[in-house]
Design a protein around this ligand. Structure first.
Ligand SMILES: [Zn+2]
Length: 161
């Protein structure tokens, strides 16, 4: 573990924390989430991928592999809003904001020149946005529409900017 990229934590969110996974991707972290996954498989997956588990399920923290530190895990207090969950993780682990990933699949985003998306981008987005990205995972075309602006406002508050 010398290269700094190897030190960027990667996460696996439990079945209740899909929203948190999406927000972690928005601040640039690789956060896996699988709908309906049970604790046993979640722990196994996290161990084989070297991911840190984020969970609000107290039972998970009773498992030996978690107790003995074989699998890293952070308990997320229950009843926090999604944004509070994100703030909790950021504060506890001292996370910095990184370039956004695709909120849907967690893939990395690559810049796409605007002139190449004339036919693909919706007319409104094409008129109002100058930057476009392509998710390297699901290949979706992304831009900073009104939905993203709301997210951006919340994130800016979170990182004190
Ligand atoms: Zn994607």
């Amino acid at each position: 573990m010398t290269a700094s990229k190897d030190n960027v934590p990667r996460f696996f969110c439990d079945a209740m924390l899909g929203g948190l996974a999406r927000w972690l991707r928005a601040i640039g972290y690789d956060a896996a989430f699988e709908y309906g996954i049970d604790d046993g498989r979640l722990v196994e997956q996290a161990r084989s991928d070297g991911r840190t588990i984020l969970s609000s399920d107290g039972g998970l923290f009773e498992r030996n592999v978690v107790k003995n530190g074989d699998v890293r895990a952070l308990y997320i207090p229950q009843q926090l809003s999604r944004l509070e969950q994100l703030r909790f993780v950021v504060t506890q682990l001292g996370l910095e904001r990184l370039p956004a990933r695709c909120m849907a699949c967690g893939g990395e985003l690559a810049d796409v020149p605007k002139h190449t998306v004339t036919d693909e981008a919706p007319p409104l987005a094409f008129r109002h946005c100058d930057q476009f990205w392509r998710c390297q995972g699901c290949r979706k075309l992304l831009w900073h529409g009104t939905h993203w602006q709301k997210i951006e406002q919340k994130l800016a508050g979170l990182f004190g900017r």
